[in-house]
Write a protein that binds this ligand. Structure first.
Ligand code: BGC
Length: 764
């Protein structure tokens, strides 16, 4: 990161003018999203806001109660997973610019985004916020987004550093990870975010890593982040992730934030002041923390009168949302050329599924926002078909856990308490021997069977408590039948059917993991019934994570998928379905056939093992073999592979060559892509590296670069991707660093990890 001597001098002067009290006030929360500024020195409080999907609405300083309601409406961005599905760094940068501009416009200095933890299990409720199972994709997309945000004079806060790969027991799970896996899989995206993105702040996570909480882990924060990566930005604790004073202060956490309003009792408040006074902690340690926060504020030009003004909900922001949403839609399957649908030939279309009408921006935890508008799939389909087609709607499936779907208003006040599961539907209830269910020993949770709040269970159908009651189960079953029959009848009478289902905010949410890989609400049954009723049925699944589609995939001629895709999601989806936009999204994660194929579950290391004293340990003993690194190396078939995504046109690859760069240990890999179909299309070329005869065990393929290009019919483009020495390296535990062995490597380029089209060998 650049260092400016004048800036450092300014910081030094400010610090030398501060009292210890003032310094202490500056390094812990004095409000839910602010520290304490120092008026007499003209130092402003650091003002922060969630999150990755847009600027969250404001809360009172000391209560989780919303304020300024009319001013809080902003643009709703596609989530991290949706952004990663575009595989387009320009889109990530443009989304970042909007996020930064809106944060500035809303008076924020730090936006608590992006989230870039590696997707280790499809059950993690927060996968929608994260980007990928692959550190190259996550790192590059994040770096582009970060530069976009920070170009607007707003700091990012990259989260959650590190190994926060599940929500279940996130406050206490002790992740046991070996050195190689840590450095090769879980840290690289953060490293890219810091080194290439230039992130001004990083959020340390709730969980423990090899026995120590992330916030008090000197190896993670001091040694790796600050020393090895040369990071001079701020480490902000996740809200309530600090559990002690001296250990945390000395480990490298700079600013303590939490969800409670007893600000003077924070570990970095009076207790830290006392520790400094007693000589247990040197004042330099505090000064360094203050300096880092001031540096961030200087970097966003807070004190030089040159800072952006920003703005939010500007029409040009909504254009970026639409461009991004269009590229985030992934076409997984398209037989018989059923897609795109021709609106002129469909007099009647049945749109079926709760997800077609459900709004999703509000809910899901700290990434919730209030969007100015949110176009649902049903709205989008009507907008695109206009008067050409009669669109009829049926719900299709019954949502029996509505109270969790809409999101609780002030959930965050209690967010440090261990939450129970929130599934209300029978599909999510654990069943013995069911391959779809989460593995792992479970003991301490679930004493209230899936309801956050017992009182609401008494009143509302759908809580797990009630499911056990025969009468209630009977009435839910009746509703299910009724919804199914209505949907099937509608499907029969229409020319085509668009099913829109998947997950919702009860499942794509912070604080909870799913308990099943299956689609909830018995959707597989509904989808199969619709496919039997009308062969012209298009299935569109909306989910933040991989979901089980194996029960209907063979029967469905066309399947689309997208993650939470922002305020224009429904319009973008409709444009793809009717061919106004040619799909170009690709999967940022693998979709395994079954949960037990996923290594964390296959080895029984999710959610971890309870120790009898309320502690839980999760050993990442699958090592670096996560996602496609596992499936492609062990030849395990998946339903849809990493990087997969179809188009309405066809692409051919050819003429690959790798040329060694002059005076540099790097190769330029060049190949051609031709659009061999009849419509314009965008294609992301994915470049993978494999080592011949590696000296240590290595994945069969690793993504090392990608590039998206747009091609007119018949157009041929040459694509060049540079691979430096790191692209061939693994983490050598004995060297304590990355190492690229001499030898032969194959470089392949293609459409997905399972559809590589061209390759060549190089000698390193
Ligand atoms: C989440 C963070 C979020 C913070 C502040 C925590 O619960 O884990 O991602 O930024 O709250 O709302």
């Amino acid at each position: 990161m650049y260092h400016d001597a004048d800036m450092e001098k300014w910081i030094e002067n400010k610090i030398s003018a501060m009292t210890l009290d003032e310094k202490i006030g500056f390094i812990h929360g004095a409000a839910l999203f602010k520290n304490k500024g120092i008026d007499r020195l003209g130092i402003q409080p650091l003002v922060m806001s969630d999150g990755p999907c847009g600027v969250r609405f404001d809360h009172k300083d000391d209560e989780w109660v919303q304020v300024d309601e009319p001013m809080c409406y902003v643009s709703w961005l596609p989530s991290g997973a949706a952004m990663a599905s575009t595989w387009n760094e320009d889109i990530a940068a443009r989304l970042g610019e909007v996020l930064g501009n809106e944060a500035c416009g809303r008076g924020k200095q730090v936006i608590l985004a992006p989230g870039i933890n590696i997707v280790r299990t499809p059950l993690c409720g927060r996968n929608f916020e994260y980007m990928s199972e692959d550190p190259c994709l996550a790192g590059k997309m994040a770096a582009a987004e970060i530069q976009g945000v920070q170009s607007q004079n707003v700091a990012v806060c990259v989260k959650h550093f590190a190994l926060n790969n599940q929500e279940k027991e996130r406050m206490k799970v002790d992740v046991r990870v070996d050195e190689r896996t840590l450095h090769e899989l879980y840290l690289p995206a953060f490293k890219t975010a810091v080194e290439e993105g230039g992130a001004y702040s990083v959020m340390c996570s709730y969980n423990k890593i090899n026995g120590l909480y992330a916030s008090e882990n000197p190896k993670l924060l001091n040694d790796i982040l600050k020393e090895q990566w040369g990071y001079d930005g701020v480490v902000i604790s996740d809200w309530g992730a600090v559990h002690s004073t001296a250990a945390v202060a000395l480990a490298g956490t700079d600013l303590e934030m939490s969800v409670t309003n007893n600000f003077d009792e924070y570990f970095f408040a009076d207790a830290l002041k006392e520790a400094v006074r007693a000589g247990d902690i040197a004042e330099d340690v505090i000064d360094d923390k203050v300096a880092r926060i001031l540096r961030l504020q200087k970097r966003i030009r807070l004190y030089d009168g040159e800072r952006n003004k920003g703005g939010y909900n500007l029409p040009e922001h909504h254009t970026v949302m639409l461009d991004a949403a269009r590229e985030g839609v992934v076409l997984l399957k398209n037989e018989r050329g059923i897609l795109p649908l021709n609106a002129d030939k469909c007099e009647t279309i049945a749109v079926i599924g709760d997800a077609a009408v459900r709004k999703l921006a509000h809910g899901g935890g700290s990434s919730e926002i209030k969007p100015l508008f949110e176009i649902t799939p049903l709205m989008g389909i009507n907008m695109v078909t206009g008067s050409r087609t009669v669109v009829k709607y049926a719900k299709g499936y019954y949502v029996d856990n509505e109270e969790h779907v809409v999101g609780e208003v002030d959930w965050q006040a209690n967010s440090l308490d261990a939450p129970a599961d929130r599934t209300g539907d029978t599909a999510g209830v654990q069943g013995e021997g069911n391959d779809n269910e989460a593995s792992g020993t479970d003991q301490a949770d679930n004493d209230n069977s899936g309801c956050v709040d017992k009182i609401s269970c008494e009143e509302k159908p759908g809580c797990a408590d009630k499911i056990s009651n025969g009468e209630e189960t009977g009435s839910i079953e009746k509703l299910r039948r009724q919804y199914l029959e209505e949907a099937v009848a509608l499907a029969r009478e229409c020319d085509a059917v668009i099913y829109v289902g998947g997950l919702n905010r009860a499942y794509d949410t912070e604080g909870f993991d799913r308990t099943s890989y299956e689609l909830p609400y018995k959707q597989a049954e509904v989808i199969n019934a619709l496919l039997a009723a009308n062969p012209n049925t298009v299935v569109s699944i909306l989910s933040g994570s991989a979901v089980d589609m194996s029960a209907f995939e063979k029967n469905a001629p066309a399947i689309l998928w997208n993650s939470m895709n922002g305020m224009q999601a429904g319009l973008a989806l409709a444009e793809v379905i009717f061919g106004d936009v040619n799909p170009s999204g690709k999967l940022p994660v693998s979709f395994p056939f079954r949960l037990s194929d996923c290594p964390a579950h296959g080895i029984g290391e999710y959610p971890g093992t309870y120790d009898g004293d309320g502690g839980i340990t999760c050993s990442y003993s699958e090592g670096i073999y996560v996602g496609y690194r596992h499936y492609s190396t062990r030849n395990i078939d998946v339903l849809f592979p990493f990087g997969h995504g179809l188009s309405y046109t066809t692409f051919e690859y050819g003429n690959i060559k790798a040329v060694k760069c002059k005076d540099e240990d790097a190769f330029e890999v060049t190949f051609e892509i031709t659009n061999t179909g009849s419509v314009f299309g965008k294609e992301t070329a994915e470049v993978y590296v494999s080592a011949h005869d590696p000296v240590i065990d290595r994945p069969a393929l690793e993504l090392k670069g990608f590039k998206k290009v747009g091609l007119e019919p018949g157009e041929c483009r040459s694509v060049t991707i540079k691979l430096d020495r790191n692209a061939f390296a693994y983490y050598s535990v004995s060297d304590g660093t990355f190492r690229a062995d001499s030898g032969k490597y194959t470089i392949s380029a293609g459409r997905s990890v399972k559809d590589l089209r061209v390759s060549c060998d190089v000698i390193l």
